[in-house]
Ligand binder design. Structure first.
Ligand code: PRP
Length: 210
């Protein structure tokens, strides 16, 4: 069973670096991945039984759901938004932030008209306001969401708040918190059967470092 290789999708960026360190500290190191200026996309360490690749954070769940990766690390925001058909194995307790409704400081929801909500997360926003029976008009954007209420494109935004700096510097503030977010270890459903032993070892080693 030790000859099995686990394919691991890592989220590119600051969170991914932390995740990689967690994996390497857990005994799944990979020298190749630290080569400076490499253009390689896939990094293997057959001795440790791992193969890593960096993908866009929002794409990790797709790789895992379709079995191109056995496991991966994705933010709870992505899991809530896209509901991929994967197993969520661990809360890694890193990449912590919260999904919030934010607005201009003087904003008060008057409830007498449809609320205009700009967001990268239409499913999360839709579900949240549905639970409050509030009529909304979702404006789907792909970035720089904070601009929307400033320019009058929307009344509020539903977005991730980490340090709160982006809101503060743009005279916006949190109006309501929807849900706390953190990075989750996810697994392909078939892989958890066919590579059960290897994945179980990896999960238990990583769990010790959370
Ligand atoms: C996220 C989010 C906010 C910002 C919040 O954007 O959409 O803009 O981080 O972080 P803060 O509370 O620490 O200021 P991201 O950096 O992912 O870029 P994006 O605008 O392209 O989505």
């Amino acid at each position: 069973m030790n000859s099995q290789i686990i394919n691991i999708a890592l989220p590119k960026g600051r969170l991914g670096e932390k995740v990689l360190k967690m994996f390497e500290d857990s005994g799944f190191s990979c020298e190749e991945i630290h080569e400076p200026n490499t253009r390689k996309l896939i990094f293997k360490n057959p001795e440790a039984g791992v193969c890593y690749f960096w993908v866009k954070p929002s794409d990790v769940a797709i790789y895992v759901e379709r079995g191109a990766a056995d496991i991966g690390v994705a933010g709870k925001d992505i899991l809530l938004e896209y509901s991929p058909d994967v197993y969520e194995l661990l809360d890694l307790n890193i990449g912590k932030c919260r999904m919030c409704v934010a607005a201009k400081k003087d904003f008060r929801d008057s409830h007498d008209k449809t609320l205009k909500v700009a967001t990268k997360f239409p499913a999360i926003a839709g579900e949240y306001y549905q639970s409050k029976s509030r009529n909304i008009d979702i404006i789907k954007l792909n970035g720089s969401i904070e601009l929307a209420p400033i320019l009058g494109l929307s009344d509020v935004i539903v977005d991730i708040v980490e340090t709160g700096t982006t809101l503060k510097e743009n005279n916006l503030e949190v109006y309501e918190t929807i849900v706390p977010i953190s990075a989750r270890l996810i697994a392909n459903k078939a892989s958890t059967k066919f590579k059960q032993e290897k994945i179980a070892v990896l999960v238990s080693e990583i769990q010790k470092r959370i």
